[in-house]
Write a protein that binds this ligand. Structure first.
Ligand code: KG4
Ligand code: ZN
Length: 330
């Protein structure tokens, strides 16, 4: 009998539902929330309310697109955390009610595990053990993945996440929220001719808060001399910021690969959609003789497809949760 999972993701500002049959993603629907752009960041209260509005239509759409009806669902997977509590409560409550009403087993999923296991949504799949650089708006981690259930974070950020570094520096230049994709777009037309200091962080850990401050002072100094500095140089500034963030990330990834001797290497999370990171990662992989893995765009940023794939492997391992499972923020 086939295993058909309805998966729900609502950890931040995207409401997503997906249908996964025997590990294959049949549909992966995301309702983005535009409401946050005007505030320059995600407003938790606004996000929770939008999830409330979006969740039923998104689940409906995922079922329709997959050509599956609710009686064919065998389990429900959902993001239990980490994320914004109010947002998680909406997805968690929906998943629990759906499962209770239809008498289905529930599978809780850790959002960060799911970013890593997004690689199993498609071929080619990484071979265990592999390293995954998981870079999102809230996290920056190097994860040693031993199998579907066993992962060890061997490096992480001590302050801001890589996505935050993109978003906050973009904000300083007046780009909307989230600024990451915009910085990427502008960087493609620019030259990285400005240099910013890279942090000296021990071991495999990262730090991005110094970069943000350096960019702030750089922009202040330049605009004091020329008030049009940002608009005249926006593409080059973006290219320089992007290059610096990518260099910081890949330096530690290379160190991790050399220290562990692992050459199956993946990137994941929202920032893995960045064109500069994807290109530099592939180039480095060739030089270091890695087998490299980059998720398709739909599996980089937050999506229920990756939640469903993770839930599928947990289902196979017989790992379920109870109706009293409460979401966790951190
Ligand atoms: O994984 P994700 O969708 O949500 C979290 O779990 O945080 O990641 C969102 C982050 C945001 O910071 C966003 O600016 C960044 O990923 N991002 C990008 C790009 N696309 C998304 N950053 C740089 N370049 C991109 N193309
Ligand atoms: Zn995420």
């Amino acid at each position: 009998m086939s295993i058909t999972i309805l998966a729900i993701e609502s950890s931040c500002d995207d409401t997503s539902a997906a249908i996964i049959r025997d590990g294959v993603v049949l549909s992966n629907c995301v309702a983005n929330q535009d409401a946050h752009a005007q505030y320059g960041g995600v407003v938790p209260e606004v996000a929770s309310r939008a999830h409330q509005v979006n969740i039923v239509p998104v689940v409906d759409l995922a079922l329709k697109k997959a050509g599956v009806n609710k009686e064919q669902i065998t389990a429900v997977g959902f993001t239990r955390g980490p994320g914004l509590l109010g947002s998680l409560i909406v997805g968690t409550s929906f998943a629990k009610s759906f499962a209770l009403a239809l008498g289905l087993p529930l599978v809780e999923v850790n959002h960060m595990h799911a970013h890593v296991l997004a690689h199993f949504a498609e071929d080619p799949k990484p071979k265990f053990p592999f390293l995954c650089l998981t870079v999102s708006g809230g996290h920056t981690q190097i994860v040693l993945v031993r199998d579907f259930m066993t992962m060890e974070v061997i490096g992480h950020t001590m302050d801001d996440a890589a996505g935050e570094a993109f978003d906050k520096s973009g904000k300083l230049m007046g780009l909307g929220y989230p600024a990451g994709p915009m910085v990427d777009k502008l960087a493609q037309k620019g030259t990285a001719r400005f240099s910013f200091p890279e942090p000296s962080m021990e071991g495999l850990n990262f730090s991005f808060s110094g970069l943000k401050t350096a960019i702030l002072y750089f922009l202040k100094k330049q605009t004091a001399q020329n008030e049009h500095f940002i608009e005249e140089n926006i593409c080059d500034i973006c290219a320089s910021i992007q290059d610096t963030i990518v260099a910081i990330l890949l330096k530690k990834l290379r160190k991790a690969a050399r220290e562990t001797g692992i050459n199956e290497i993946a990137i994941a999370g929202g920032v893995s959609a960045n064109s500069g990171l994807r290109k530099a990662f592939l180039e480095l992989g060739e030089k270091e003789k890695w087998t490299t893995y980059i998720p398709a765009f739909q599996f980089c940023t937050d999506n229920a497809g990756m939640i469903g794939v993770t839930a599928y492997y947990k289902y196979l391992a017989g790992v379920f949760c109870e109706q009293d499972a409460a979401p966790f923020a951190r």
